[in-house]
Design a protein around this ligand. Structure first.
Ligand code: AGP
Length: 615
């Protein structure tokens, strides 16, 4: 996710854009830039770092005049965060300048074609390719910027929210949207463009939200011209009068970042497999893996190191890799691995999982593994983070910034990456039939919609939360693929509601935990209809006979558990290895609502930091 801001009107554009970018930093903050048209030409400054760094640089080094401009705060997906890869990007002629939030999946093939036609590129970004494609179309077809944008966008595959202007025609900004948000603020003889309304809500509450595959030419003194990108059909702008305040908009209207991020998971999972899950071609494409395939295929074993929620994602991966790809996997707490003098060598692959990419223990574990010759692969959410730079190769989750301390969308996007990796290796090793491989790819593509469906349980979960919000202890049980989900559910509850909670393999009940069961003990049991269902049902009966309160997460349509449990939360059916992506959703919501009802600081729980960069 990145933040984009644009302005055209009667005011100085600079202060509006800089302040607007600061309000959008929650969307991404690894680099920032601004381009202003001062009546003669374009003045552009961009830098790695935060918007404050951009402000300092701009105010020292460039003319800040002009009533037309665009600005960008980046969350890198292609190209590490540095000055060159920051937005805005010029076209080769210097006439066009663009900002972009999204991912152009086929940018490499377009870049090759443009290079053949003499275009050169300074950055590694997909965005610089897009602005030069627009320039090439504009020249070749001899059309205006709006038409050139439309033709160019019909050649790209991916997601975008873009704003682009031409210094030869500085009375308009062209914008377009597919998959990333874009709002136009409508003022008195002025227009604002932004990823959401926070940059312009103090100037106007009139807003037009573009729909997917819509574009607009925003010209001073004119009505907004809306077009469908595909067929040029005219669309009519629906001007909304926003009633939200700043903070509400930043949180997307949700009360907390955590809830917003729970609800972002369908989009985050889709963005994470975008360009990697190619169902039609029957392919899983992962550059970091394709270039190092032999390392994985010839590995003695895979060792996964991580902390907290990322460790739970690693545990899910252990089940997936061993079950599907038949590769031995060990999962280790990074803090233990780094100090126990582990046996690891050149024939091993170490996978480090980290949302922040800055967790000290995980970073130390990576360094140890590299010293001993292992190949290290990273799964991170922050491009250019320390862990991402330290690993030999990797794959980024595209969850966007995770602001809530309690990790949610990072967990499901990490599992998405690791599942794709396991499927790829299973296919390469020939332990997976074409049919089974295709079955998994197709089901993977259905997951975002099934997560949406799982989120519909929210009102029921809120009711359940109210019943158990004053519990002092809680037990989470799961078997197989859902044992790690039980651990994750317990971690969510304890870290934001401060209720003591433990996760256990359901079968472990008899080895001690069952002594805890009484009518004061709520037990959350994951009982999907895949994998040892009958055994979980008998665990539920054992709990019931001891008067434990049972909250069961079941596959939709389940009738058997419904007879036994005190509460039942349904999730859609899916393939067993993919159930964690769905069963974790109600557990995230349960911990969230209980924490809110207990008056806890959900986004910044006591004693916790978002990234543990010290031992
Ligand atoms: C999870 O909700 C916690 N915030 C914490 O356990 C976190 O997962 C852990 O610190 C690892 O962080 P990382 O993924 O950024 O390395």
């Amino acid at each position: 996710m990145c933040g984009i801001v644009g302005y055209i009107g009667h005011r100085d554009a600079y202060p509006i854009i800089i302040k607007g970018l600061q309000r959008l930093e929650y969307r991404g903050y690894d680099s920032a830039g601004i381009a202003l048209y001062d009546g003669n030409g374009i003045n552009l400054t961009k830098t790695k770092g935060k918007v404050e760094d951009l402000r300092n640089l701009s105010e020292k080094g460039m003319s800040l005049s002009g009533t037309l401009g665009i600005g960008h705060t980046r969350w890198a997906t292609h190209g590490v965060p540095n000055d060159v890869n920051s937005h805005p990007h010029y076209s080769n002629s210097g006439d066009l300048v663009i900002i972009h939030n999204g991912i152009i999946e086929n940018y490499e093939s377009i870049k090759k074609e443009l290079t053949k036609r003499g275009y050169t590129f300074e950055s590694d970004t997909d965005t610089e390719v897009l602005v030069n494609l627009i320039e090439e179309v504009k020249k070749k077809e001899n059309v205006k910027l709006g038409k050139a944008v439309q033709i160019a966008l019909n050649q790209v595959v991916g997601a975008y929210a873009i704003a682009v202007f031409d210094r030869q025609k500085p009375d308009e900004i062209v914008v377009a949207k597919l998959g990333s948000p874009l709002a136009i603020g409508v003022g008195e003889n002025e227009f604002f463009i932004a990823s959401d309304a926070t940059p312009f809500i103090e100037f106007t509450n009139k807003s037009v939200y573009l729909e997917d595959e819509e574009m607009a030419i925003v010209r001073l003194g004119k009505e907004i011209k809306l077009r469908k990108i595909k067929d040029d059909a005219i669309a009519y702008p629906m001007i909304q009068e926003l009633q939200l305040n700043l903070e509400e908009i930043e949180k997307g209207g949700y009360e907390h970042f955590m809830l917003k991020e729970i609800y972002e998971q369908p989009r985050a999972i889709k963005d994470t497999f975008r360009g990697r899950l190619l169902v039609e071609q029957g392919l899983v494409k992962m550059a970091g893996v394709d270039q190092n395939l032999e390392k994985f295929l010839n590995a003695n074993r895979i060792i996964i190191v991580a902390c907290g929620t990322s460790w739970h994602a690693g545990l899910v991966a252990e089940y997936i890799f061993e079950d599907l790809a038949r590769i031995p996997v060990e999962v280790e707490y990074a803090s233990e691995f780094r100090y126990r003098n582990p046996v690891i060598g050149e024939k091993d692959v170490l996978i480090a999982i980290s949302q922040s990419g800055e967790t000290a223990d995980t970073l130390a574990a990576i360094k140890l593994a590299k010293e001993r010759g292992a190949f290290v692969f990273g799964v991170c959410n922050v491009v250019g983070s320390s862990i991402a730079r330290e690993t030999d190769a990797g794959a980024y989750t595209h969850a966007g910034p995770e602001i809530g301390v309690a990790s949610t969308k990072a967990f499901t996007t990490q599992i998405t990456i690791l599942t794709l990796l396991a499927l790829k290796l299973a296919k390469q090793k020939g332990v997976f039939s074409e049919t089974r491989f295709h079955e998994f790819l197709s089901e993977m593509e259905n997951i975002p919609a099934k997560v949406e469906k799982a989120l519909e349980s929210n009102p029921l979960v809120e009711i359940i939360a109210d019943v158990y919000k004053n519990s002092n202890n809680c037990l989470y049980l799961g078997r197989g693929y859902n044992f790690p989900v039980a651990l994750e559910g317990a971690l969510k509850l304890k870290e934001i509601s401060y209720i003591h909670a433990e996760g256990y393999p359901a079968a472990e009940m008899k080895h001690g935990p069952i002594a805890l069961i009484d009518e004061q003990m709520p037990v959350i049991v994951i009982a999907t209809n895949k994998g040892h269902y009958e055994k979980v049902v008998s665990n539920i009966q054992e709990i019931k006979s001891r008067k434990g309160k049972i909250i069961a997460v079941v596959t939709e349509g389940d009738e058997q558990v419904k007879e036994l449990a005190d509460h039942v939360i349904e999730v859609p059916e899916t393939l067993e290895p993919l159930t964690p992506l769905l069963t974790t959703i109600p557990l995230q919501l349960l911990s969230y609502h209980i924490a809110v009802m207990r008056g806890c600081d959900v986004d910044q729980p006591r004693n916790l930091a978002k990234s543990v960069t010290v031992e």
